[in-house]
Design a protein around this ligand. Structure first.
Ligand code: HEM
Ligand SMILES: *[C@@H]1O[C@H](CO)[C@@H](O)[C@H](O)[C@H]1NC(C)=O
Ligand SMILES: *[C@@H]1O[C@H](CO)[C@@H](O)[C@H](O)[C@H]1NC(C)=O
Ligand SMILES: *[C@@H]1O[C@H](CO)[C@@H](O)[C@H](O)[C@H]1NC(C)=O
Ligand SMILES: *[C@@H]1O[C@H](CO)[C@@H](O)[C@H](O)[C@H]1NC(C)=O
Length: 327
């Protein structure tokens, strides 16, 4: 795909992110480690590539890790911290969020080459970017210069991360709370063009939906039958593709699926079908299902916005030596 017109948009959106910092110097940059750790890019790239060659899904997992990091205390690597009070044990993350070993392996290599220079939060942001790229999605210059937080926030993760069971309006509010708008909700939900979800997160749509003892009326009947058979008798841990038409490819099929009621999660289909979503999100779903290039360009600008949620910069926070514990 020709990204030349994306590049132009990219320049604009970076500028907007900077200006909206209300006078503060724009602190994340795309050349932050060029003098201190030029090997950063090749090291992260090699690890993400190898991990995805072993399991394509890892690209999706790394993308989600960045999202779940940024929504809780900003993009500060707090999701990586171990301990019983960790974010990784919050309800939306437990037995769900993945990729910690890949981040550890990248960090170990970086500590050998340029010790105590690259933050764990930046590793996650960069790994997410390569996860998108190697899945066939758009390339973008990941902005860097984040520092690592000292604490995890488990209640922040439980309260701040969106649930697939909540109404679209309340998901929009959670995005608003971190400075993202309704367009960002629809665009970033397009991340569900890759990756998997467990039955426990959508089996509510397969029976006794809204106490009517029937399948969710906004779920395609054929897909419902195959999901019922996948999930039957299991404990909810069985997984299936979020984008049934091209599971591991980053494209705009996610939106095309929504037009024919083949969204997997209630929060996916709701963007097109719920009365809640109709006014503000339905038209955007239609736009991105028609125009994959528009989706790619808007995805890049929303990722830059998400990656810029309350970063620690300057002398705030620290550069962790081990991503799992504060120094
Ligand atoms: C809009 C609100 C969102 C909700 C309610 C939501 C919910 C979920 C759920 C329930 C899963 C499956 C988890 C499991 O099976 O354990 C999932 C997977 C995933 N989510 Fe989201 N999500 C949302 C937005 C996002 C955003 C903004 C991104 C990234 C930009 C994202 C990226 C992903 C990816 C890539 C996966 C697959 C991960 C894998 O296979 O390991 N999601 N999401
Ligand atoms: C945890 O997150 C909440 C927002 O959900 C915030 O109000 C609170 O200050 C955070 N706590 C810590 C210790 O960072
Ligand atoms: C969301 O913000 C972007 C800029 O970051 C803007 O272009 C877009 O129009 C906004 N969408 C809504 C619904 O306000
Ligand atoms: C659905 O409801 C029926 C009764 O209406 C009940 O017997 C059945 O166990 C319920 N199924 C689930 C999965 O909750
Ligand atoms: C689902 O998987 C998790 C993690 O492997 C495990 O702890 C849990 O017991 C499993 N649940 C069921 C019902 O099998």
């Amino acid at each position: 795909m020709d990204h030349s017109y994306c590049r132009l948009l990219l320049v604009c959106s970076v500028l907007i992110v900077c200006l909206s910092n209300l006078g503060a110097r724009c602190q994340l940059t795309d050349d932050f480690y060029d003098n201190t750790c030029p090997q950063l890019y090749s090291i992260v790239q090699q690890h993400v590539f190898a991990a995805m060659r072993a399991e394509m899904r890892m690209g999706a997992s790394l993308l989600r890790l960045h999202f779940h990091d940024c929504f809780v205390n900003g993009c500060d690597g707090s999701i990586l911290l171990d301990g019983a009070n960790g974010e990784k044990f919050a309800l939306p993350n437990k037995n769900s969020v993945r990729g910690f070993d890949v981040i550890d392996a990248i960090k170990a290599d970086l500590e050998r080459v340029c010790p105590e220079v690259v933050s764990c939060a930046d590793i996650v942001a960069l790994a997410a970017g390569y996860g998108v790229l190697f899945s066939g999605g758009p390339y973008y210059d990941v902005l860097l210069g984040r520092r690592d937080g000292l604490v995890a926030n488990q209640s922040g993760a439980n309260n701040g991360l969106p649930s697939p069971f909540e109404p679209i309006n309340s998901i929009i509010q959670k995005f608003n709370a971190v400075g993202l708008n309704t367009t960002d909700v629809v665009v970033l939900s397009g991340a569900h063009t890759i990756g998997r979800a467990r039955c426990a997160l959508f089996s509510n749509r397969l029976s006794n939906f809204s106490r009517t003892n029937s399948v969710d009326p906004t779920l395609d009947a054929t897909l419902a039958v195959s999901l019922q058979s996948l999930c039957a008798g299991g404990g909810g841990n069985q997984t299936t593709a979020l984008d049934t038409s091209s599971a591991d490819v980053f494209d705009n099929h996610y939106y095309q699926n929504l037009l024919v009621e083949k969204g997997l999660l209630s929060s996916d289909q709701g963007l097109f079908s719920s009365p809640d979503g109709v006014a503000s999100t339905k038209a955007l779903v239609q736009t991105y299902s028609d125009d994959g290039e528009q989706f790619f360009c808007d995805f890049v600008s929303s990722m830059l916005k998400m990656g810029n949620i309350s970063p620690l910069t300057g002398s705030a926070g620290q550069i962790r030596k081990n991503c799992r514990v504060a120094n």
